[in-house]
Design a protein around this ligand. Structure first.
Ligand code: HEC
Length: 101
């Protein structure tokens, strides 16, 4: 029984934050332009994760871009600023995007 509980706790630890962050992305309207695994108006989050895999500066750079918006990386369409996202949320969202594979 103990082992089962441990397995469940481990599972919850792995999957719960990811789900919470996807809910945050939905709540902040990110999913209006993005999907995890296909391109909409903006790039698929999995493609973003692939592009910056191994880039230690990516989390900070993306957190700033999520808040301020930006253009020129994925095509002609710019991402508008997202003033509804605060610093902590931007970091969380950037870390979540980079964790997708
Ligand atoms: C109005 C549409 C729109 C909304 C809303 C939007 N994005 Fe984007 N996003 C884009 C576009 C378009 C790009 C590509 C910009 C570029 O080519 O530089 C992009 C790029 C990105 C990138 C990659 C940036 C890079 O430099 O590689 C990330 C990460 C991202 N968005 C996260 C978010 C998050 C998190 C939110 C919610 C707070 C969000 N986006 C809301 C359209 C949007």
């Amino acid at each position: 029984m103990k082992r089962v509980l441990f397995a469940l706790a481990a599972l919850a630890a792995v999957s719960a934050p990811a789900m919470a962050d996807e809910a945050l992305a939905k709540a902040k309207n990110c999913m209006a332009c993005h999907a995890v695994d296909k391109k909409l108006v903006g790039p698929a989050y999995k493609d973003v994760a692939k592009k910056y895999a191994g880039d230690a500066k990516a989390a900070d750079m993306l957190a700033a871009k999520i808040q301020k918006g930006g253009s020129g990386v994925w095509g002609a369409v710019p991402m508008p600023a997202n003033p509804q996202v605060n610093d902590a949320e931007a970091k969380k969202l950037a870390a979540w995007v980079l964790s997708l594979k």
